[in-house]
Design a binder for this molecule. Sequence first.
Ligand code: G1P
Length: 288
Amino acid sequence: MKKVRKAIIPAAGFGTRMLPATKAIPKEMITLIDKPVIQYAVEEAVSSGIETIVLITSKHKKSIEDHFDKNFELEEILKKGGKEKELEKILELANCCEIVSIRQKEQRGLGDAVYCAKNIIGDEPFAVILPDDVMLSKEPVIGQLIECYNKVEKSVVALQEVQMEDVSKYGIVSVKEKIEERLFLLDDMVEKPKENPPSTYAIIGRYVLDSNVMKNIGEITPGALGEIQLTDAIKKEAISSKVFGYLFKGERYDCGNVNGYLDAIINFALERDDLRDYLVQIIKNKFL
Ligand code: G1P
């Protein structure tokens, strides 16, 4: 069985839901406390054993590449200033893993963005991490999916139950069979259903996919919103082979919109030993 060594992080979208913050900086570079949102995705991948990350970017996204590159000038300044801790953080970032970046020249949908990495992926299974979906969990969520993939040797998508009124925002799956606690065999899925959703189980931005799915993307036609949808390529795989869904352990925050982002800031701060008491004190001072 081939090991899951590569992860694709699509980061080419405009981020209009976060304007004006995203007018001049990529949405992936907005900070969640003291790290840009995309760094959480990269750290999740690295701690799950991923060796190569393929960033799919677009025009005006250069700062993402710079963030994971070396910055000699800054390193020198930190060295001279004796700022060991800060220096360590900067070096860690630049050395965390191999990062390759590819530009998506036209915004033709998530499937198309993933397809930009096809030559790098070759015939290996691969992970996909959507950086807007930031996860708070003890075990990295993409690592949970890799573990499932290693067990079933078929594509696995992350699932979360959502409210009926929200199904039209997601890819929604149809469950054929419950295999074990949290693990389901899927027989259908539909991207952003307008009516008759097959369930309230939504695909969340973590996938471990067989290389067939990459091949499928090259063969499908535009679907929902007139875009090449990753969900449609996975559905094709569910029909011709098998695809599983895994109800991941952890919490997901959609940092692509203001409410989800605020929710993430509060919850991530409450998880941190260095910030929890400070945050609680701010709230107390305000309301008590
Ligand atoms: C994408 C996927 C969708 C999935 C969602 C999770 O949609 O196409 O299937 O449910 O991410 O966040 P987007 O949010 O890019 O519209």
